[in-house]
Design a protein around this ligand. Structure first.
Ligand SMILES: [Mn+2]
Length: 319
């Protein structure tokens, strides 16, 4: 692939690199960053990795997280954005990113305007940014260490919902197989901390969620609105409450799930999930958000749960 070639040619010309990924970080963003950090440093490059803190609890088992957000250089010859469908998703780092003459990006989200100046690897058919990092490394026959394999596999697992979303193509499982072989461990070493590590506080929040979940349109749509009071009552931080969305999704009749979580900053974070062929990213785009076909998100700037529900219903009309 020509663009992979250009990526490596550009990397060859620089020695100091900063890696950025999207705000409200997730497994794919953090793990593609750490994997690329390993690969580039093994080539003798100096690399700093920045990410949108705070780190969700389910990722705390990952090795060498102390590498994140440590500025060891005053300037960089190149910057790389990972897993960002637009520059705004870089948060504050957006301004730093655009100051650099050499900028690259790797992403798998739709509607990416190719915002990097030098190299844009945007593959919307890829399951995750980690999958593309895997391909880019395979293209150059880069050695994948055990630790890098672990990062990449966690990215594949989190962005495919544990290989359950539609983006779990045969090639994804083939790559996961190769990574698991390198990692030389049982997959439960990853799936247990990622998907079966609910704390008692999270469990309490799930109980509240069960009570508050609303089903509409013949039980095909589930809407859950969680206020700051709900989070405080269960001693949960919003960013650690990702699993709560499964409360609705596990219902056979539910095709669409919408979770609205009140952020302490005074807005609601909206997470949309869908099953099968329903492109839920259309709803998130109503409010300037975006994401994947089966998992998308946006913000609605209001603190009124009644208004939030009205707006969610309005966004569902585009389906
Ligand atoms: Mn991703």
């Amino acid at each position: 692939m020509k663009v992979y070639q250009k990526f490596w040619e550009t990397i060859q010309q620089v020695n100091s690199i900063a890696i950025y990924s999207h705000i409200q970080t997730d497994g794919d963003a953090v793990c593609s960053s750490l994997a690329l950090y390993n690969v580039l440093t093994s080539m003798g490059k100096k690399v700093d990795v920045f990410f949108g803190a705070p780190l969700p609890k389910y990722l705390e088992f990952l090795p060498n997280l102390e590498r994140l957000n440590k500025k060891t250089m005053s300037k960089y010859q190149a910057v790389i954005a990972l897993d960002c469908n637009n520059a705004d998703r870089l948060g504050q780092a957006k301004y730093t990113f655009f100051k650099h003459a050499i900028s690259l990006q790797i992403d798998h989200h739709p509607n990416n305007p190719n915002f990097a100046k030098t190299v844009n690897i945007v593959q919307t058919d890829a399951s995750s940014t980690c999958e593309i990092v895997f391909d880019v490394c395979a293209y150059k026959n880069v050695h994948i260490s055990k630790e890098t394999a672990q990062y990449l596999l966690v990215g594949l697992l989190t962005d495919t919902g544990g290989f359950m979303f539609n983006n779990t193509k045969a090639c994804v499982l083939e790559k996961a197989g190769k990574l698991l072989k390198i990692l030389d461990t049982d997959i439960s070493a990853l799936t247990l901390p990622l998907f079966q590590s609910v704390t008692l506080n999270e469990f309490t929040l799930n109980k509240i969620a069960m009570q508050k979940l609303e089903l509409i349109q013949n039980d095909s749509i589930a809407i859950l609105i969680l206020t700051q009071e709900d989070f405080q009552q269960s001693h949960m931080l919003l960013e650690n409450a990702k699993g709560v969305i499964q409360i609705g999704m596990q219902l056979a009749s539910v095709k669409v799930m919408v979770l609205a979580s009140e952020d302490p900053e005074g807005f609601y974070r909206i997470s949309y999930r869908s099953k099968g062929d329903i492109d839920i990213s259309k709803c998130a785009r109503v409010f300037g958000g975006g994401g994947l076909k089966n998992a998308s998100g946006c913000r609605i700037y209001s603190q009124d749960p009644v208004w939030i529900k009205k707006e969610i219903l309005r966004s569902l009309e585009v389906l």
